[in-house]
Ligand binder design. Structure first.
Ligand code: HEM
Length: 162
């Protein structure tokens, strides 16, 4: 594969990007790290969303958040570098891949939804911590979160097919 033009071509021409393309086990190993990271990220987010939706109501929602959120944030240490490494190897192909482009859009939407949740309704979580239903807006954002992250995973998998 000959590197493309411009900035993307410059990324593809780096020694590391070439090694990602040519070393037999490097790309698959990086992809395994990516998948392990996203399993922790989406797994921890999904468990929190299900608690907000009313499962295990006897568990204080703030305690659940205190346990799960460090895993959510920590998983990004695996996901982002591995994603960027894979991206660098075929940058110009990925930006032309609709599944990759939609995935990045859904990632932005999922991140924005989470930021609005934590800066908004979750600030008053003491009012709905144990045994009561979460406010409708919190449950709506939990459903949106589940749908968006399933979309990110689906698009991530479809990248290889488009
Ligand atoms: C943060 C949440 C993310 C999630 C949940 C996620 C999820 C996924 C999934 C499920 C796959 C398919 C893996 C497979 O089945 O082989 C994938 C592949 C990929 N991801 Fe991510 N990803 C995330 C972030 C990123 C980031 C930030 C980038 C960087 C640009 C990225 C770049 C890629 C690339 C290039 C592939 C294609 C690998 C291939 O098929 O060759 N991902 N991702």
């Amino acid at each position: 594969m000959t590197p493309g033009q411009g900035a993307l071509g410059a990324i593809e021409a780096t020694g590391f990007a070439r090694a990602m393309r040519e070393a037999l086990w490097l790309y698959p190993s990086v992809e395994i790290v990516h998948i392990f990271g996203l399993a922790i990220l989406v797994g921890s987010i999904a468990m929190f969303d299900l608690r907000v939706l009313g499962l295990a109501r006897t568990l204080p929602v703030r305690a659940v958040a205190r346990f799960l959120l460090p895993w959510t944030v920590g998983s990004l240490v695996l996901i982002v570098p591995s994603g960027l490494a894979m991206f660098a190897s075929h940058a110009s192909d990925f930006v032309a891949n609709p599944a990759f482009v939609v995935k990045m859009g859904l990632l932005l939407a999922a991140g924005t939804n989470a930021a609005i949740f934590h800066a908004g309704v979750f600030q008053r979580a003491a009012d709905w911590d144990v045994g009561v239903a979460a406010p409708a807006v919190a449950r709506l954002q939990a459903v949106a979160s589940l749908v968006l992250w399933i979309g990110v995973i689906a698009c991530g998998r479809l990248i290889a097919y488009l």
